[in-house]
Design a protein around this ligand. Sequence first.
Ligand code: SF4
Length: 277
Amino acid sequence: MKRYRISEIFHSVQGEGRYTGVPSLFLRFWGCNFQCRGFGSAPLREVKVERLAEFPVLESGCDTEYAWNPAYRHLSEELTADEICDRLEALVPSFQHPYSGQATHLVVTGGEPMLSQTALVAVLDALAARDNLPNYITIETNGTQAPRQDLADRISRYEGYGSREWFWSVSPKLSISGEAWDAAIRPEVVAAYRMLSNAGQLKFVVDGSDAVWDEVTQARNAFRTVGVDWDATIMPLGATRARLEETQAAICEAALARGYHFSARLHAWLFDNTPGT
Ligand code: SF4
């Protein structure tokens, strides 16, 4: 039976964007095509821990480095699609909560989950075989990996049921991430996502500088040119409560002045961004 590398599976509230506060089961795949060394000028970290629960909260840089840095590969595990479904169902048996009757969303994240399309297809097929496909699936992606045909087929089938929503939460990386513009801003990739489902948002991490606001405008124009007219949500730079306090009020006001949505990171406020939240 094929096994897929998983960083973590947990139950929490969505902390960012349109569905902030919604109960969600998170499936975090391992691996990313970026490192985002620019966020907060973080040095390469060497943290000696044996269990993910011991991993320290990262105040700058990528806040899920444990989900892609080979130095922390031992914190991940390999599971079959059925084992992944078992873990999800052990947390919440169905995606309609038995107590409230309200939907629990499935959030597929990383690292970069669109590097794990084979695994994602296998998990979707396993959930369908159990008659337990959620009505809401969010893919949290950096928007650089084109959808493959096997995943596209599953999304088309999924979207064929009227009450379901496949939601693209795309976070394109601007220059402050440290990644090169041409590699990070891929309008043709996000346009391919939109062809499969027109439910989505663009999330940009901003440090408040004029240069970054100009890049938000430039990136949005590039996406709109290919038909991706999703609303943009601005998020302040900073992964922890303390860091957010330094920046977020001013960035929120600047986002409002420009007519963008604003999102603090609820999970960082509530749980200080510890793994599993
Ligand atoms: S794309 Fe996301 S997961 Fe990958 S390094 Fe950047 S912030 Fe981290």
